[in-house]
Design a protein around this ligand. Structure first.
Ligand code: NAD
Ligand code: TYD
Length: 350
């Protein structure tokens, strides 16, 4: 199998690339990434020299480049994670999200369709990685199932919903073998420190305020990133073409309770008196159109394909804090912008 993984230098993509490269030495894994601010090849230092791995710098919005790549490489499958992923950035610059998340996805679908229709091709699967945010927001009760109607509210979730619709349209119209998974909020190592958990870990470390939007009452359903990568592996290898799976760990937390727990864990890790870090909590202006609650029902995945999350949140959060404290250089490079040099030093001259 020769698999193209897009967005493999990002947070979730790097965990998926690592899992596939290590677990399947007989597969050839190509990681295609534009290296936007969110892409960091240092995430993959440990596997970059493996013989079954190759990095390709490129933009999924560039149709000519994507078509030429598919023609040359004759892939057997695509796992598509490349995206603009931060809701706050989508509020400031929605068009960037349309370009990458919608146009970029359609470019990949077109290239995959052309390849699939060749008599000489052995193209098996277009796996699109999506989010539970396409389902919109829940009130105090309810849960997203695979049948929940799409109702996105932010430019980010609207662009992801658009991409999901195109993937289904290419399956239904052209018979392209495709499937989709929709996952809840991820956390864990290599998470870019603009998202809630890594931002607060970095701010606690540096004694800076912890900005909580509104009253901190919004609820997210958190999943450890390696559990998401394992779910993608299980779905990629076992799911029926044309199907959809929700991924999540039944792990709902209000934002304020996540941050209180984080403060407590980091009081201990940093040898600060109990209650020290909580004093950094600062309530700030709410996000525009802030979805109140997400909760995802992953029983289809658990019952049909036997996946389940490996960690409780408390354990996963502690593991995450340990990773950030042990990887100070990664965090400093990301916050200073130095990480962009890694590509120039290690790859550009090859
Ligand atoms: P991320 O922002 O950390 O990484 C995205 C990656 O895509 C980066 O490496 C970036 O360089 C690359 N990229 C962006 N634009 C590109 C382009 N035009 N061409 C090629 N590469 C490009 O995102 P993430 O959090 O790892 O999310 C990965 C995928 O999973 C996304 O599709 C996202 O919608 C989905 N998802 C994320 C979460 C979450 O909690 N983070 C939850 C569910 C689903
Ligand atoms: P985020 O990590 O941006 O993920 P998403 O918006 O995709 O769920 O935000 C998680 C939650 O934390 C969300 O309810 C918004 C909130 N939040 C804050 O309260 N303060 C912050 O600084 C950030 C980035 C997010």
């Amino acid at each position: 199998m020769k698999i193209l993984i897009t967005g493999g230098a990002g947070f979730i993509g790097s965990h998926v690339v690592r899992l596939f490269v290590n677990k399947y030495p007989n597969y050839t894994i190509h990681n295609l990434d534009k290296l936007t601010y969110a892409g960091n090849l240092a995430n993959l230092k440990d596997i970059e020299k493996k013989p079954n791995y190759k990095f390709i710098k490129g933009d999924i919005v560039d149709a000519a480049f994507i078509n030429a790549l598919f023609e040359k490489e004759n892939y057997n499958a695509v796992i598509h994670l490349a995206a603009e992923s931060h809701v706050d950035r989508s509020i400031t610059n929605p068009l960037e999200f349309v370009m990458t998340n919608v146009i970029g996805t359609v470019n990949l679908l077109n290239a995959a369709k052309t390849l699939y229709q060749l008599s000489t091709s052995n193209f098996k699967l277009f796996y699109h990685v999506s989010t539970d945010e396409v389902y919109g927001a829940l009130g105090e009760t309810g849960i997203f199932t695979e049948e929940t109607a799409y109702d996105p509210h932010s430019p980010y979730s609207a662009s992801k919903a658009g991409s999901d619709h195109f993937v289904r349209a290419y399956h239904d119209t052209y018979g392209l073998p495709a499937l989709i998974s929709n996952c809840s909020n991820n956390y864990g190592p290599n998470h870019f420190p603009e998202k809630l958990i890594p931002l607060c870990i970095n701010n606690i470390k540096n004694n800076k305020p912890l900005p909580i939007y509104g009253k901190g009452e919004n609820v997210r359903d958190w999943l450890f990133v390696e559990d998401h990568a394992r779910a993608i592996d299980v779905i990629f290898h076992n799911a029926k073409v044309g199907s959809t799976y929700n991924i999540g760990g039944h792990n709902e937390w209000t934002n304020i309770n996540v941050i209180r727990l984080l403060c407590k864990i980091m009081d201990k890790k940093l040898n600060r008196a109990e209650g020290t870090n909580e004093k950094l909590i600062t309530f700030v202006k709410d996000r525009a159109g802030h979805d109140l609650r997400y909760a995802i029902d992953s029983s289809k995945l658990q019952n049909e394909l036997g996946w389940k999350p490996s960690l409780q949140f408390e354990e996963g959060l502690e593991k995450t804090v340990d990773w950030y404290l042990a990887n100070e250089a990664w965090l400093n490079d990301v916050t200073s912008g130095n990480y962009a040099k890694y590509y120039e030093e290690q790859y550009a001259k090859r």
